[in-house]
Design a protein around this ligand. Structure first.
Ligand SMILES: NC(=O)c1ccc[n+]([C@@H]2O[C@H](COP(=O)([O-])OP(=O)(O)OC[C@H]3O[C@@H](n4cnc5c(N)ncnc54)[C@H](OP(=O)(O)O)[C@@H]3O)[C@@H](O)[C@H]2O)c1
Length: 285
């Protein structure tokens, strides 16, 4: 049976890597992109794209036509999943999608309040074949959201206290996603995906210092100082609240869980923080 795959979030951290890997390996893949985004510059050349926006219901049916596997990313800005994500999934199923691989969150099964848990429950209620990739905190947050502080001030500025986090590289998540979408045996499974160790931000700063060859300091700001700085920087209050929630989890030691799933699935060690910093060093120069 043919396996036609549609990737949402195709211009984002994980989706862009999923698209790149699928296309490199010769699979039939389409990138679902918002028509107004400058998507082309984020997509590998030659990738077919289709207009898709969770906030534009008329884009759903044409995007899902001919697709049987959906890689689903919930855009971080969408918290009203009932309003924006459920309708897309209902139409996906009606149009012929029979399998969803969903980028979820580590521990989602214990946190009914997070959007990811609601989406998981809805996918199950539709009776679709599913694989949930419950990912830990991305290393790439340090090369995107927090890169400016490291690049311009040599500081890691997050309110995570001394808590440890089992950072994962999005390239590992994408590699797992491609595997579960193209091989049998992952139906109706949920995989908790983490790196191979949990690090606190003092240890992360030390790795940055060693790899970049200049002193990088973890300045462990208070929640208030962090929130104020993010607000001045122009981040939406809703997003700042989400970030505070994430770093509270880390501060309380709840982001430190390490699993063996990436190693078992990929038959190799997860990408380490050292490798990540080496590969992305241009982000902080
Ligand atoms: N960051 C972490 O540490 C972490 C850890 C675990 C799980 N997660 C989860 O991972 C997901 C984010 O993944 P990511 O970091 O790969 O994404 P990302 O880089 O934040 O990119 C978001 C993607 O969603 C697209 N998008 C935004 N609004 C849209 C809309 N209305 N309709 C359709 N597409 C839209 C964006 O397209 P445009 O180019 O058009 O903007 C972009 O491709 C979130 O659900 C997050 O909770 C994150």
């Amino acid at each position: 049976m043919s396996n036609n795959i549609l990737v949402t979030g195709a211009t984002g951290n994980v989706g862009s890597e999923v698209v790149r890997l699928l296309s490199k390996r010769g699979y039939s893949v389409k990138a679902a992109v918002r028509s107004h985004s400058a998507s082309r510059i984020h997509l590998p050349s030659g990738i077919e794209s289709v207009a898709f926006d969770f906030e534009q219901t008329q884009t759903f049916e044409p995007a899902f036509r001919g697709i049987n596997t959906l890689f689903l990313v919930r855009p971080p800005a969408i918290s009203q999943v009932k309003k924006y994500i459920y309708p897309a999934l209902t139409i996906a199923q009606a149009t012929g999608v029979d399998r969803i691989v969903f980028l979820s969150l580590l521990g989602a099964e214990r946190m009914a309040i997070v959007p990811h848990a609601k989406i998981e429950a809805y996918i199950k209620s539709l009776g679709l074949v599913y694989t949930f990739l419950r990912a830990s905190f991305f290393m790439q947050n340090l090369s995107t959201t927090h890169s400016q502080d490291i690049r311009d001030r040599n500081e890691i500025f997050v309110p995570a206290g001394k808590g440890k986090t089992s950072f994962i590289d999005v390239r590992d998540i994408a590699t797992v996603a491609v595997k579960v979408m193209t091989e049998p045996g992952h139906e109706d499974r949920a995989y908790p995906l983490t790196g191979s160790e949990a690090l606190d931000y003092y240890e992360v700063a030390e790795i940055f210092t060693n790899v970049l060859g200049r002193q990088i300091v973890y300045t462990h700001p208070s929640f208030l100082k962090f929130a104020r700085k993010m607000y001045v920087r122009g981040l939406q209050p809703g997003l700042i609240v989400v970030m505070l929630g994430i770093y509270t989890t880390a501060r309380l030691g709840l982001a430190a869980k390490v699993t063996e799933d990436v190693r078992h699935l990929l038959q190799r060690s997860p990408i380490s923080m050292e490798e990540f910093v080496r590969d992305y060093r241009a982000s902080w120069m």
